[in-house]
Write a protein that binds this ligand. Sequence first.
Ligand code: SF4
Length: 290
Amino acid sequence: MPKIKIADKAGFCFGVRRAIDLAEKTVAKEQKVYTLGPIIHNPQEVQRIKNKGIEILKDPKRIKSGSVILRTHGIPLNIHKQLEENININIIDATCPFVKRAQDIVKRLSTDKKSKDKIIIVVGEKVHPEVVALVSYGNGNCVVIENVKEAQDFKGNSDLSIVSQTTQAPKNFDNIVKTLKERYKVKIFNTICKATFDRQKAAEKLAKNVNLMIVIGGKNSGNTTRLAQICSDKTKTYHIETVDDIKERWFKNVNSIGLTAGASTPDWIIKDVERKVKEFDAKCYISNKI
Ligand code: SF4
């Protein structure tokens, strides 16, 4: 009789919950509501919001009037300004406060007298929307570094300030800082969000104690993919988006099953998965404790 355990921290983080709440409140009282790109990295939740009447657009020029909800991980500064210039557009800023903090630090570093000529290293994924937006606040002073190899190859002619994409793995950030410190004077701004770290720790702890882990979340979600990687280092792991991805054969000869979910996975999907897994063994014992 397998036991199903859910990680201590799983599913919506503070920033995502806040963004979804803002979106729901806005669409409940207004007619034309848009987001620029998906508001969060979960296709099913984005579809649910879309069904309520929110239109997702890629091109800001297509929005002539109405309310625009800015996604959790921010938008580039020039696009923000472009939207602000149109008095017929009402901006609902759902950028997570932790992301905002990182943007404010980059903006301050690139404008302050003391630091404006120094290079700002952004530890993160170059193509990730959060990083693209973050770099836009840096007045051309940012260099994005993804890994230790890039830190070793980096050549710059000033002291460095270092910030991070909020969802970076602390270990990668620390290793990059360590590498750069060998050759440069650095000032560190650790802008990694605790929500990501907490989910990773809880998932790892659970994965060590079960035969099978199911990680729930968008395949386009960086933090969910990272959770799946961490779990697969400890036990057999499947990354799924919805109940439809679950296969009964996974549960043969399995004594304990762990569930976790990325920061953009809504509770209703987690509950669906839990229900489906229970169907495979009606006598499953559900515990929320590790
Ligand atoms: S993961 Fe952290 S930074 Fe990103 S939205 Fe959630 S709380 Fe904000």
